[in-house]
Each structure stands twice: as C-alpha cells, then as structure tokens.
Design a protein around this ligand. Structure first.
Ligand code: SF4
Length: 443
C-alpha cells in the first residue's frame, strides 16, 4: 500500500448478524481500495458497528463510539444502535453519520463523503480523471443533461429530455480528479448551466465533509477552492446569474460569461420563447460591468428568425452597438426538423438571411476588434496552450475560451509548459487575436 491510501478504522460489536454486516462493509472498503487500520491514530475515520440488544450492549456501544471520537474524532455509526439515531446523536452530536443495521450502501456513501474513494492504477482500467479528448491542461466538466426550456428554434429537449442535474458531490469529485491529473482550467458546460439543481430542488450534497447546495452559485464557490481557472458556458440569462458576477470580481471565477441572448427585439424573443426584455438585459450588462469591470461577455444570436422584419433586425444591430459585447457568434436561422418555430409565418428568404448575417458579423467584428485594440499596452495573465513552429507561445487570456475565442501569441518567451500561466504585455491586436511579450522580456 502507498502512504497515500486512505485508511478506515473499524470497531465491530454485537451478534453474528452484525458481524456479517461488518464483513460486508470491510470487504467493500477493501474492494474499493481503502486500507483497514488496526489503530485509531492511523485511520482517517472510524466506523463503529454497534449493538442495541440489551442495556449493557447499548452502554458498550456508546462507550465504543465515545472512545473512537476521543481517539480519532471522525466516526460513522452503523448497526442496531444506529437504528435509534436520536439516542446516538444526543449522546454524541459530532458523529459524522448514523445509519441503521444492514446499511452498507449508506455507510459507504458516508465514507465517500469524508474520504474520497481511492484510485488504484493497477486495478482500475481508466484513470480517476477519466479518458479525455482535450489537451491535458483543460477539460470540460458537464454538470447536467437536458433542458426544461422550450425555445421554439431548438430540439434539444426533444432529443435529450428535461433537465437532469448531476449530484454536486459527483461533479466536485470529477473536478478534483481532473485537477489532480493536471487540468488547470475547467470549462463548465451543460445545456443550461444556470438551471443547475432546479430538478432536485437545489438539494444539499456533501463533498469532503462540506455541505454544498446543487445550485450554480454554490457550485462555483466550491469549484473556486480548487485553485484553477473556472469558466462558465451556456448560462441562460436567469436573474440569479447576477450572483456569480461578484465571484468573478473577487477572482474566484474567470471574469467570463457565455450567455446566449439570441435576439434583442421583444416580439422575436417572445416567439423564440426566451426572456423578452432587451432593455433589462442592457441594464444588467451595465451592472455586471460596474461590479466586474474586466468581465468578458460572449453571446450567440440568431438572425433571420421567421417573421423577423428589417426594423426588428435593425433593433438587434442597435442592441449590439449599445451592449458592446466582447465575443459574439451568430447563425442564420435554420429550420431544424421538429423545431416549433418552423411553423411560424414569415420565413425569411435565404439570401436575405445571409445578408443579415453578413451585416451582423461586420458590425460585431468592428466592436470586437476595437475592444481588442484597447488592450494594447495592458498587462494580462495568459495560460500557455503550446508553441508554434517559430517558437512563439500560443496562449489564451482569461477572455478566451479554447476553440471558440481568440488566442494570444507570446513572442520572445523561453519555452513554457502547456497549462503554465504567465504575465505578458500586449503589444498588438489583430481582428481576433492579441500579440504580446512576457513582462520581463527585454526586446
Ligand atoms: S436553446 Fe438552450 S435553453 Fe433553449 S431549449 Fe434549447 S437547450 Fe434549452
């Protein structure tokens, strides 16, 4: 066993039925790679399997729990006395968990909450972080599947069903495994990140002995403790999104929000079945920027939605002018089979759609590139993604999500490992990317 293998102490009291329960739990602990400790000091927690048959057995069990608490401090109680949970809790309010007899799954769940399941590379077929298709230093972390909205242009709910949030403890454990495996940036994804936990009524889960609600803000706070870049994608513009902006301002989350807005005209937004107040959105954007001046806003829009008039499209262009978003993706409406919006009157002619898309992209390109120009001369932190054939580093700033945003080309830098973070001074800006050099570079 390596020194790092987590160790569980075990005290087994009571009759043969209790003994068999103990054997099952011990077998499972070993099968999962935990070591069994014969001393209190050596164990990270202690399971006490109790007996409650007669008064003297109750006494003996309570004494055993007290001794384990004194000697070790972290105790899970199971067995017959555990069925009288209030008695145990009253005598020892600081036990970690109490289960009844024959409750191996509950005991194991409590053990997992307090000392995560070990990983044995000799017996496990995949690394704890799982198999990944992304480079080693960043990873996508999916927190839920499906969606409860019914946007009229989208068939995802029909394909993937309603929202199902992953248990917060599973998400946190996966995040921990990824960070332990070398990941330096977590990209939080889902169909609808801000809806996380709605389906489970924001239930409180436990990870590392810490209660965490299944909710976007609380998950973000917990992820921030892992000490890596955390970037939020696909954040539907619910009001509670405002809660995460202070976390960005305080440096706990990347100051980056990918928030699909889709349109700005209220009638079109209504037909899309999206929140329909562009004015409100502009006000919110202004407040976000007040709270977190460095925030990068990315959004996506659809042009040529059925019934969109030239005036409504113009309203969208005006919105872009006002909102001054940093990064924008746009699509010409495409009638995906099964989308409710296909039945709406006023389909926009294909050439007209493409023309609107071109005008939209031209306007936004001017905005995005003016924003990049303003960064010349500033100092920014970048994460290294690799090196090109000329020896320049290919990196990204906090404003750049991998694959979809721009890059920062760092000239005159000694070689660096992927995932390293360095501070650079921006020297030039192209339409999408920045050129920079390390702050200590002499050239
Ligand atoms: S567009 Fe997004 S929010 Fe709307 S239904 Fe599709 S997945 Fe859900």
């Amino acid at each position: 066993m390596t020194a790092k293998t987590p160790r569980v102490g075990f005290v087994s009291l009571g009759c043969p039925k209790a003994l068999v329960d103990s054997e099952h739990i011990l077998t499972r602990l070993r099968a999962e790679g935990y070591d069994i400790s014969s001393s209190y000091e050596d164990a990270q927690l202690v399971v006490v399997n109790t007996c409650g048959f007669i008064d003297s057995a109750v006494e003996e069990s309570l004494e055993a729990i007290g001794e384990a608490l004194d000697e070790n401090g972290k105790v899970i109680v199971t067995g017959c006395l555990g069925a009288r949970g209030d008695m145990v809790q009253q005598a020892y309010p600081n036990v970690l968990a109490v289960t009844g007899p024959h409750a191996m799954e509950e005991v194991m769940a409590a053990v997992h909450r307090h000392i995560p399941r070990p990983h044995d590379p000799y017996t496990d077929l995949v690394p704890a972080a799982g198999l990944k298709l992304t480079p080693r230093h960043y990873a996508y972390l999916k927190i839920s599947e499906g969606c409860n909205h019914r946007c009229s242009f989208c068939i995802i709910p029909a394909l993937r069903g309603d929202l199902v949030s992953r248990p917060v403890e599973d998400v946190m454990q996966e995040a921990r495994n990824l960070v332990d495996a070398g990941v330096r940036e977590l990209l939080i994804i889902s169909q609808d990140t801000s809806a996380y936990g709605v389906d489970v009524k924001y239930r409180t889960g436990f990870w590392n002995g810490q209660p965490i609600r299944t909710r976007m803000t609380e998950l973000c706070r917990a992820l921030a403790q892992l000490g890596v870049w955390v970037r939020l994608h696909y954040v539907y513009p619910y009001p509670h999104v405002d809660e995460v902006i202070p976390l960005m301002a305080e440096g706990h989350l990347l100051p980056y929000l990918d928030i699909p807005l889709q349109h700005a005209n209220p009638r079109i937004l209504k037909a899309m079945k999206r929140p329909a107040s562009a004015e409100n959105t502009l006000r919110r954007i202004a407040t976000w920027r007040d709270t977190c001046p460095d925030i990068t806003l990315r959004s996506t829009f659809i042009v040529g939605f059925p019934g969109e008039t030239e005036a409504e499209f113009q309203e969208l262009l005006d919105f872009l002018n006002e909102a001054q978003l940093d990064r924008v993706g746009a699509f010409a409406y495409s009638p995906v089979e099964g989308a409710a919006a296909n039945a709406l009157p006023g389909a926009v002619d294909e050439d007209e759609k493409q023309d609107r898309l071109r005008r939209f992209m031209e306007k936004q390109a001017a905005i995005s590139s003016a924003k990049l120009q303003k960064r010349i001369g500033t100092r920014i932190d970048v994460m290294v993604d690799g090196q090109d054939e000329t020896g320049d580093l290919i990196a990204r700033s906090m404003a750049d999500a991998p694959e979809i945003d721009g890059i920062v080309i760092v000239e005159n830098s000694p070689p660096r490992q992927s995932g390293e973070i360095l501070t650079v001074t921006v020297t030039e800006a192209t339409e999408h990317d920045l050129i920079a050099r390390p702050v200590d570079s002499k050239d």
